[in-house]
Write a protein that binds this ligand. Structure first.
Ligand code: FAD
Length: 356
């Protein structure tokens, strides 16, 4: 049997990050294909309150490393605890996944380097399947591998999707962008149904070579675009920073909504980077994504294509965005959006009158 599918959890202030749940949902599918257990490695301090919600993802096993020195992420301490634990296993994990976050991007290469295994960064799709390596300079690599991790990611100047394989050594590793996978539906499982292994934490003096002097987290009152139900996103066709106020007015017609942007609008300095959707920005999957004067380049598409409903407004009928939008409006945003706002406000007023 193949080894476990292991998700390394990420936590901030003792709260498990959303991307961990997304990975557990996708990890369940991979583990079922491999007929292997799905496990989650949690490092932190006093994390017990989080376990019930983790159990409801359908995970089979939790590795819990509890120590005050693990309360905040530090590369060397986290690396030490993970590799020392895995080294005690008879079979290495088949697959090891982390979020493509600041932490995951820092930690995953350390683990991959230790095991001299491959690592695919910024993955957007995962699967398990066969691969036959027929030829190559290194003849030791030739062979048939029935259960490879397929890690797909945009490649070649971000214009193609490449499948990256590294079946020669387990764990087969990948980092995955937050927001790419849906959150799993809660299953009827509780901590009592799980195997929980308390991991021994034995840190060495060399794990403290880097000291954290102070952690400064910028608290923003603005909504994280990946949390919004409705996104009104603007592209270079907006022509100026001021035009985003029109988009904001449209966004305000919906609850739990925000504006966002293409990279070209961000690069023009019209809006800040945290609002960027796409390959080098955020991945979003709102209920409604309204793309205003956005051409629909692949790098933008990969960040929003999993939205439930995509509405595109563009004056060019041949704009690529119309190739994958659910509804397309060919027209000038400066005429279409005010009309949409007017209609939405009228609808809202009528609804209020009916309920009065
Ligand atoms: P344009 O391509 O200039 O399109 C503007 C659109 O507006 C046109 O379709 C035009 O018809 C329409 N328009 C103009 N005026 C109006 C009007 N008045 N009314 C209606 N429609 C109008 N892009 C991202 O978005 N996110 C990323 O994360 C990202 N990462 C990248 C990473 C790499 C490595 C590279 C090489 C590129 C990346 N890009 C990214 C850039 C991407 O390739 C496109 O250049 C970018 O998405 C285009 O932005 P846009 O659609 O706003 O602008």
């Amino acid at each position: 049997m193949a080894g476990e599918v292991l998700i390394v959890a990420e936590q901030v202030h003792g709260e498990i990050a959303k991307v961990t749940y997304e990975l557990l949902g996708e990890g369940r599918k991979l583990a079922d294909k491999l007929k292997s257990p799905l496990s989650c490695f949690i490092l932190g301090h006093n994390m017990e309150s989080q376990l019930e919600k983790i159990a409801q993802t359908g995970v089979d096993k939790i590795y819990l490393a509890d120590h005050e020195e693990l309360a905040e992420y530090k590369t060397l301490t986290y690396r030490r605890v993970i590799i020392e634990e895995i080294d005690t296993w008879q079979t290495a994990p088949h697959t090891l996944l982390m979020g493509s976050t600041t932490v995951g991007r820092d930690l995953a290469p350390r683990i991959a380097a230790y095991y001299e295994t491959g690592l695919t960064a910024d993955t957007i799709e995962l699967d398990i399947g066969p691969y036959e390596h027929k030829a190559g300079i290194d003849k030791t690599k030739i062979g048939y591998f029935p259960e490879c991790l397929y890690a797909n990611r945009p490649s070649f100047g971000e214009s193609l999707k490449a499948r990256i394989l590294g079946p020669w050594k387990d764990p087969q590793m990948a980092t995955i962008r937050p927001g790419v996978f849906a959150l799993p539906k809660a299953v009827e499982k509780s901590v009592k149904d799980l195997e929980i292994k308390k991991v021994k934490v034995e840190l060495k003096p060399e794990d403290f070579r880097v000291k954290i002097a102070k952690i400064l987290r910028e608290e923003s009152s603005k909504m994280d675009i990946s949390e919004a139900d409705v996104i009104v996103s603007g592209g270079f066709g907006l022509g100026s920073e001021e035009s985003f106020s029109l988009l904001q007015e449209l966004a305000d017609c919906f609850q739990n909504s925000t504006i966002a942007a293409s990279r070209k609008a961000v690069d023009a300095g019209w809006i800040a980077y945290p609002y960027q959707v796409g390959q080098t920005g955020k991945t979003v999957r709102p209920k409604i994504y309204i793309a205003c004067a956005i051409s629909g380049a692949l790098q933008h598409r990969v960040g929003m294509q999993k939205s439930d409903l995509i509405i595109a407004i563009n004056k060019d009928p041949d704009a690529p965005i119309f190739g994958f939008a659910d509804h397309g409006i060919v027209g000038d945003i400066f005429q279409v959006i005010p009309e949409m706002i007017k209609q939405l406000k009228t609808m809202k007023e009528q609804k209020e009158l009916q309920t009065a």
